[in-house]
Design a protein around this ligand. Structure first.
Ligand SMILES: O=C(O)CCC(=O)C(=O)O
Length: 251
């Protein structure tokens, strides 16, 4: 879709207030038809190396743009999407000087009874105090690109800036008899169709909704203060950079 200035203003306002924004029919099916075979090739090759992890509990992989599983032509296809005009405009509307950070792929667990889990992305490497401070610090966004219609994500609106209720904290930390898959009051479920895009803050309270053989590519962008988290292996090489229409989101 051709993204307009008014779409971008509305997206920025929604993102600032709620911590997420859904843009229906953001990518054409033709664009996704070019991306999907590359993402499926990555997944097949990743599965060969990670079969035990997949069968035990995996729901995602990462590092699609590194050269571990994809060749240069395949990576170039992904970078064309990541750096395209509409993606650059969207990321620039939501973040100050967005920089491409990494990519992840979300799929259904092997065990259909495996439960999902509420979390904030930072909770696995930050203390509670650091997680609270992160709500006022530089931001990271996920831009979710579903390659199949999916149940989507469940989010707690405004939690990108607001700390957890007692109940939400008990759920995501599994305290006081709560489980991380329990429901949290005030959440919203956002089912997505192939072509839609969901941008949301990594800081916010969220969980994946499994089912329908979901297959979603998440592109992560950060603000400049987070440059120390960037790793060159995920960035385009000089040869690929020379082919891209716009380099604005690459460091
Ligand atoms: O879709 C999922 O399983 C979880 C998504 C998630 O945690 C994320 O994108 O950070």
């Amino acid at each position: 879709m051709e993204v307009t200035q008014s779409d971008l203003h509305a997206a920025a306002a929604a993102y600032q207030e709620f911590g997420y924004v859904c843009l229906p029919k953001f990518f054409s099916q033709t664009m996704l038809d070019k991306i999907e075979p590359v993402v499926r090739a990555f997944h097949d090759r990743w599965l060969e190396d990670n079969h035990a992890f997949y069968k035990s509990h995996a729901v995602n992989s990462s590092g699609l743009t590194a050269d571990t599983y994809l060749n240069k032509a395949e990576r170039q296809t992904l970078f064309t999407l990541i750096g395209c005009d509409s993606m650059t405009k969207l990321a620039s509307a939501l973040l100050r000087r967005p920089v491409y950070m990494n990519s992840q792929l979300f799929f259904d667990p092997y065990n259909p009874h495996q439960k999902n889990y509420w979390h904030r992305d930072g909770q696995y490497h930050l203390s509670i105090e650091e997680q609270q401070a992160a709500l006022h610090g530089p931001d990271v966004i996920h831009v979710r690109i579903p390659l199949a219609d999916e149940p989507g994500l469940e989010l707690v609106p405004k939690s990108h800036k607001q700390w957890d209720s007692e109940q939400a904290l008990d759920v995501r930390l599994e305290r006081n008899g709560r489980s991380k898959s329990d429901s949290i009051p005030g959440s919203v479920a956002l089912p997505l169709k192939r072509g839609d895009v969901l941008a949301f803050s990594a800081n916010m309270l969220h969980r994946g909704l499994y089912g329908n053989q979901r297959f979603a590519l998440d592109i992560l962008f950060c603000e400049p203060e987070m440059h120390s988290f960037l790793n060159d292996v995920h960035q385009p090489c000089a040869e690929i950079r020379a082919t891209l229409e716009c380099l604005a989101v690459f460091p």
